[in-house]
Design a protein around this ligand. Structure first.
Ligand code: C2E
Ligand code: CA
Ligand code: CA
Length: 410
């Protein structure tokens, strides 16, 4: 089916300007060229037709021809799975409240643009839209419980490693472990988006985490030989795993078998929703008392409460990719990251920018935020251990060449 994008706006001039901007992009969503439909007159707009534009709706914040908030509510009731982009020049708090409401109605709010939006912004939104659709597709193709049990018992859960760099020294301070299923029947690894939600649903997430920790920890001597004694390993943990009061003890047992101290491990916990049940809080505190590092992942995406930083014992915060992407051009993200940096210094928390994808982002962050650690595809994609070792040697050589070049400069 052709993916369709709707523009719903009674301001004809603004709607056609957006139409032209969208048309001048390569509108390929999920590998298929998308079509655009314009809804500019009240008699044009029917909810059925709008919801048929299953890819995305660009909706002007207005009360006529369709009330934006009523539209979002009804889209939620009809389980609209496309994304929405709001078009608004109104007070930012009005727009923010509308986007909070979209979340409440279970409608995916991808972003907000002003009436004088730039081509770069549109280009970025289309990229995000494509990613969102791939993500939806992944969610639809979750691996089955049996396939997951087979992968676990055949020990096919494998760690891929992605480094985090200190911006000031460019040293690798830690490596994050990202789960993959590697099976001989498949050419490509199965990505976490296809099995982590299923693992949570079937109660298999601990088995996955423990297998990963066992494998990552047995690679530890090689990682230390490569990256030095200070290097840490970060493991992803779902907030649901904190419900289990035995969790810290179980991880500790695996580490003790390999003679590794908890201070070498950082547990990254997604800020998907608020960490607040007494079990979660008890486990989090116990992990810290045992000297594990604790990192608040995806900060700035989904549920975000800046008070969690003050209230909860996190040693690190990872700023979500949505705030890092195009930061060199985005005043709003710049202000938030400035504030976070001040706050992190005050609270003695390590700050990491994730999803550094473009050289401009890397340069911006290096020039303005020396204290922030950096991670992202532009530096290094997640790789199996041998790949990481090759990357590191290559990268060291490049770094040394740059240093020699700079020393030669007047
Ligand atoms: P995450 O913890 O936020 O990890 C970062 C994700 O973004 C990874 O995707 C990584 O490959 C990707 N990434 C890194 N740099 C860039 C970049 O510059 N641009 C873009 N576009 N993406 C980048 P991956 O490996 O597919 O993992 C997705 C998510 O699955 C992770 O997000 C994490 O929440 C979850 N996950 C992965 N492994 C585990 C695990 O062992 N346990 C649990 N509970 N969750 C896991
Ligand atoms: Ca993570
Ligand atoms: Ca993250």
């Amino acid at each position: 089916m052709t993916p369709t994008i709707a523009i719903i706006d009674n301001d004809m001039q603004r709607a056609s300007q957006l139409y032209n901007m969208l048309s001048s992009e390569r509108l390929v969503i999920g590998g298929v060229e998308a079509e655009i439909r314009l809804f500019t007159r009240s008699d044009d707009v029917s909810l059925e037709e709008v919801c048929l534009c299953q890819c995305a709706c660009f909706i002007a914040m207005q009360v006529e021809p369709l009330d934006t908030m009523a539209l979002m509510r009804e889209m939620g009731e009809r389980n609209y799975t496309g994304a929405i982009v709001l078009i608004s020049d109104l007070d930012s708090r009005i727009t923010e409240l509308a986007s909070d409401l979209a979340r409440k109605y279970n409608v995916q709010h991808l972003g907000t643009i002003g009436s004088l939006s730039e081509q770069l912004e549109i280009h970025h939104l289309i990229e995000e839209l494509d990613k969102y659709h791939n993500h939806l597709h992944e969610a639809e193709s979750q691996v089955s419980e049996q396939a997951l049990l087979d992968a676990i018992s055949n020990r096919q859960i494998e760690p891929f490693f992605q480094p985090k760099l200190k911006a000031s020294t460019q040293r690798v301070t830690s490596v994050e472990v990202l789960a993959r299923i590697i099976s001989p029947e498949r050419k490509f690894p199965i990505m976490p988006g296809q099995f982590i939600p299923a693992a949570e649903q079937y109660g298999l997430i601990n088995l996955i985490t423990f297998q990963l920790i066992e494998k990552a920890v047995s690679d530890f001597p090689k990682l230390v030989a490569l990256l030095g004694d200070e290097c840490k390993v970060a493991i992803n943990v779902s907030p649901t795993q904190l419900e289990d009061l035995q969790f810290p003890k179980q991880i500790l047992t695996i580490l003790e078998m390999q003679g590794i101290k908890p201070e070498r491990i950082v547990l990254e916990i997604t800020e998907e929703y608020q960490i607040r049940t007494s079990n979660q809080l008890e486990t989090l505190n116990r992990l810290r008392m045992l000297n594990f590092g604790t990192s608040l992942d995806d900060f700035g995406a989904g549920y975000t409460n800046i008070r969690q930083l003050k209230r909860l014992p996190f040693t690190e915060v990872k700023i979500d990719r949505s705030l890092i992407s195009y930061i060199d051009n985005d005043r709003f993200s710049q202000l938030i990251v400035n504030t976070l940096e001040d706050l992190a210094k005050e609270l003695d928390i390590n700050l990491v920018a994730e999803g550094v994808e473009r050289p401009q982002e890397l340069h911006y962050l290096r020039a303005n935020h020396e204290s922030i650690d950096l991670q992202g595809f532009w530096i290094c994609k997640p790789l199996p251990l041998e790949g990481l070792i090759d990357w590191y040697h290559h990268w060291l050589e490049q770094k040394q060449r740059m240093e020699i070049y700079h020393q030669g400069q007047p």
